[in-house]
Ligand binder design. Sequence first.
Ligand SMILES: C[C@H](O)[C@H](O)[C@H]1CNC2=NC(N)=NC(=O)C2=N1
Length: 99
Amino acid sequence: MSTIGAEQALKHLEGWTTATSGKAISKSFEFKDFMDAWSFMNTCAMKAQCMDHHPEWSNVYNKVDVTLTTHDAGDVTEKDLELAVFMDVRAKTIHYVPE
Ligand SMILES: C[C@H](O)[C@H](O)[C@H]1CNC2=NC(N)=NC(=O)C2=N1
Protein backbone atom coordinates (compact mmCIF):
# COMPACT_ATOMS: atom_id res chain seq x y z
CA MET A 1 0.00 0.00 0.00
CA SER A 2 1.38 3.43 -0.85
CA THR A 3 1.77 6.14 1.74
CA ILE A 4 0.56 9.48 0.43
CA GLY A 5 0.40 11.58 3.62
CA ALA A 6 -2.43 13.78 4.88
CA GLU A 7 -1.60 16.88 2.82
CA GLN A 8 -1.70 14.98 -0.46
CA ALA A 9 -4.95 13.21 0.51
CA LEU A 10 -6.63 16.51 1.43
CA LYS A 11 -6.07 17.84 -2.11
CA HIS A 12 -8.67 15.32 -3.28
CA LEU A 13 -11.16 15.82 -0.44
CA GLU A 14 -13.59 18.41 0.90
CA GLY A 15 -14.24 19.02 4.59
CA TRP A 16 -11.46 16.80 5.88
CA THR A 17 -8.63 18.08 8.07
CA THR A 18 -5.32 16.69 9.21
CA ALA A 19 -5.18 14.97 12.58
CA THR A 20 -2.56 13.26 14.71
CA SER A 21 0.29 15.56 13.52
CA GLY A 22 -0.43 14.89 9.84
CA LYS A 23 -0.54 11.13 10.21
CA ALA A 24 -4.33 10.94 9.90
CA ILE A 25 -7.32 12.75 8.40
CA SER A 26 -10.58 13.58 10.18
CA LYS A 27 -14.08 14.72 9.35
CA SER A 28 -17.31 15.25 11.31
CA PHE A 29 -20.43 14.12 9.48
CA GLU A 30 -23.87 15.36 10.50
CA PHE A 31 -27.16 13.75 9.51
CA LYS A 32 -30.87 14.37 9.95
CA ASP A 33 -31.20 11.96 12.83
CA PHE A 34 -29.76 8.83 14.41
CA MET A 35 -31.18 6.46 11.77
CA ASP A 36 -29.37 8.31 8.97
CA ALA A 37 -26.15 8.32 10.99
CA TRP A 38 -26.56 4.62 11.72
CA SER A 39 -27.32 3.84 8.07
CA PHE A 40 -24.15 5.72 7.07
CA MET A 41 -22.08 3.79 9.60
CA ASN A 42 -23.60 0.48 8.53
CA THR A 43 -22.72 0.97 4.86
CA CYS A 44 -19.25 2.30 5.67
CA ALA A 45 -18.63 -0.60 8.04
CA MET A 46 -19.32 -3.06 5.20
CA LYS A 47 -17.03 -1.14 2.85
CA ALA A 48 -14.34 -1.07 5.57
CA GLN A 49 -14.66 -4.81 6.11
CA CYS A 50 -14.40 -5.49 2.35
CA MET A 51 -11.26 -3.34 2.24
CA ASP A 52 -9.88 -4.80 5.48
CA HIS A 53 -9.37 -1.16 6.42
CA HIS A 54 -11.23 0.18 9.43
CA PRO A 55 -12.07 3.70 10.58
CA GLU A 56 -11.68 5.14 14.04
CA TRP A 57 -15.03 6.73 14.69
CA SER A 58 -17.58 7.74 17.27
CA ASN A 59 -21.28 8.48 17.09
CA VAL A 60 -23.51 10.74 19.17
CA TYR A 61 -27.12 10.78 17.90
CA ASN A 62 -26.91 12.37 14.40
CA LYS A 63 -23.15 13.02 14.38
CA VAL A 64 -20.33 10.71 13.31
CA ASP A 65 -16.72 11.78 13.92
CA VAL A 66 -14.27 9.88 11.71
CA THR A 67 -10.48 9.60 11.76
CA LEU A 68 -8.68 7.64 9.06
CA THR A 69 -5.11 6.41 9.17
CA THR A 70 -3.32 3.22 8.18
CA HIS A 71 -2.03 1.56 11.32
CA ASP A 72 0.35 -0.72 9.43
CA ALA A 73 2.02 2.30 7.76
CA GLY A 74 1.67 4.79 10.62
CA ASP A 75 0.51 7.32 8.04
CA VAL A 76 -2.21 8.17 5.51
CA THR A 77 -2.27 5.85 2.50
CA GLU A 78 -4.37 5.39 -0.64
CA LYS A 79 -6.66 3.14 1.38
CA ASP A 80 -7.58 6.07 3.64
CA LEU A 81 -8.28 8.23 0.61
CA GLU A 82 -10.45 5.52 -0.95
CA LEU A 83 -12.47 5.11 2.26
CA ALA A 84 -12.80 8.89 2.70
CA VAL A 85 -14.15 9.29 -0.85
CA PHE A 86 -16.60 6.43 -0.25
CA MET A 87 -17.79 8.10 2.98
CA ASP A 88 -18.30 11.46 1.26
CA VAL A 89 -20.33 9.90 -1.55
CA ARG A 90 -22.39 7.87 0.91
CA ALA A 91 -23.03 10.90 3.16
CA LYS A 92 -24.31 12.88 0.18
CA THR A 93 -26.64 10.21 -1.14
CA ILE A 94 -28.05 8.92 2.13
CA HIS A 95 -31.79 8.85 2.30
CA TYR A 96 -33.53 7.05 5.10
CA VAL A 97 -37.17 6.23 4.42
CA PRO A 98 -39.08 5.30 7.59
CA GLU A 99 -41.68 2.54 7.42
C1 LIG B 1 -4.57 -7.97 10.01
C2 LIG B 1 -5.40 -6.91 9.36
O1 LIG B 1 -5.40 -7.07 7.97
C3 LIG B 1 -4.87 -5.55 9.68
O2 LIG B 1 -4.74 -5.38 11.08
C4 LIG B 1 -5.69 -4.41 9.08
C5 LIG B 1 -7.09 -4.32 9.68
N1 LIG B 1 -7.64 -3.00 9.52
C6 LIG B 1 -6.87 -1.89 9.42
N2 LIG B 1 -7.39 -0.69 9.47
C7 LIG B 1 -6.62 0.41 9.43
N3 LIG B 1 -7.19 1.63 9.48
N4 LIG B 1 -5.30 0.31 9.31
C8 LIG B 1 -4.68 -0.87 9.24
O3 LIG B 1 -3.44 -0.92 9.12
C9 LIG B 1 -5.46 -2.06 9.29
N5 LIG B 1 -4.94 -3.24 9.20
